[in-house]
Design a protein around this ligand. Structure first.
Ligand SMILES: *Cc1c(COP(=O)(O)O)cnc(C)c1O
Length: 399
């Protein structure tokens, strides 16, 4: 007789508890702006990805409400059946125009977009060459594709080239896969170099620009645009609409034939209900505002510089990041949790990131700055962070 499911669940949860790794969701009452009520306590949110502050912008809410009034809430079917609305088609055209690609294809989430793109383009006979710290959706897409995996050291151009050269003569296709800005360390992949190596070794390059979109490049078109990499260099460009764009959903962009193939093949799109068309309408407004948001971009980059200056003055070690993702690595899990708890006491919400999300011994606070923060809020966070940092084992060792 098999053990009861409930007993199994309790046993495994006990193991998660014993490792101190039970995660808990906060209940946010009200909006998801910078000033939050989390579990009914007021705090300033420094752990979201709403980089341009558009997630609570009334102009997006208006676009959503107006479209919902016209077309309702549900899309009621897969895009391939009757779920593809004029709002979705418009959003795809807007994205293609923004990103300088022939076409774009909208998915319900970035997770689904990456799964769909990778599994549509490579299979068992092929090779994926991947950065060791790629986002989980890229890792899972690679696994699901069945392609042979070749992992190179994080952002290491020489190792990437070695792996590419290692499979260059073999049968099958080669897909090089990377985040642009890595979500847990804020570091930017050497995109131009990767594109060069991919070309030299006959591989296609897929870049997930989730954390670059809206923040970098002309009109906020992202890290790929900033590096001047067109669809010949980066033939598969993915990104989410749930971060800078302030809405939800995601896309894959590229040459029309490539996008058409993904539409025909991606099971995460074909067998899934389309994003609500009203969300597409909100995303269109988000794209329009993101493109025009040079002032917000300047503001958030100013805050990033401010944060780094304050922390450097207090000898808090900084990560090599010019992005809004500013991790403070403290090492042990308990120290990261303690730091996060001390900040919470002062009204600052900053997530502690621990294994298995990051490697053991590299637990960290992951601060994210957005255009919705004020310089005063960032100064307040820095003051609290420096005070708490000085109590950590890592700081006491250093002094
Ligand atoms: C957030 C994120 C995703 C997933 O996008 P969702 O729309 O939230 O599903 C994919 N890739 C990266 C690098 C991300 O940071």
């Amino acid at each position: 007789m098999s053990a009861s499911l409930k007993a199994m669940a309790r046993e495994r949860l006990a193991a998660i508890d014993a490792a101190g790794r039970r995660r808990r969701r906060r209940v946010i009452t009200g909006g998801h702006g910078v000033a939050l009520a989390a579990d009914d306590a007021a705090c300033i949110n420094f752990c979201n990805n709403d980089y341009l502050g558009l997630a609570t912008d009334p102009r997006l809410a208006d676009a959503l409400a107006t479209a919902a009034g016209r077309v309702g809430t549900g899309s009621a079917a897969s895009q391939m059946v009757t779920g593809h609305n004029a709002e979705h088609a418009g959003l795809e055209a807007d994205l293609a125009d923004w990103l300088g690609r022939e076409a774009a294809l909208v998915f319900s989430t970035g997770y689904a977009a990456n799964l769909g793109a990778i599994t549509s383009l490579v299979g068992k006979a092929d090779h994926v060459i991947a950065d060791a710290r790629n986002h989980a959706s890229l890792i899972d897409g690679t696994r699901l594709s069945g392609a042979a995996k070749h992992i190179y050291a994080h952002a290491d151009l020489a190792d990437a080239e070695t792996r590419l050269a290692g499979v260059a003569g073999q049968p099958g296709h080669r897909l090089l896969v990377t985040d642009s800005v890595f979500s847990m360390d804020g570091y930017t992949a050497p995109l131009a170099g990767l594109a060069e190596h991919a070309r030299a070794h006959d591989a296609w390059l897929l870049v997930d620009d989730a954390h670059g979109l809206g923040l970098f490049g002309p009109g906020g078109a992202g890290r790929v645009a900033e590096a001047g990499l067109d669809s010949a260099r980066v033939p598969v460009l993915t990104g989410t609409l749930g971060k800078s764009v302030g809405a939800a959903g995601a896309f894959v962009a590229g040459d029309a034939d490539v996008i058409e193939l993904i539409l025909q093949q991606a099971r995460s799109l074909i067998f899934s209900t389309a994003m609500p068309p009203a969300v597409a309408a909100a995303a269109r407004r988000g794209v329009e505002l993101s493109r025009a948001a040079d002032d917000r971009r300047a503001h958030v980059h100013g805050l990033i510089a401010r944060f780094r200056t304050r922390l450097a003055q207090a000898s808090v070690p900084l990560a090599a990041s010019d992005s809004p993702i500013q991790p403070v690595v403290v090492g042990e899990e308990a120290a990261a949790l303690d730091l996060s708890a001390r900040l919470a006491e002062r009204g600052y919400l900053v997530g502690a990131i621990r294994p298995p999300t990051v490697a053991p011994g590299t637990s960290r606070l992951r601060v994210t700055l957005t255009a919705a923060h004020t310089p005063e809020q960032v100064d307040g966070l820095c003051e609290a962070l420096v005070a708490a940092w000085q109590q950590t084992p890592a700081a006491r060792q250093a002094s």
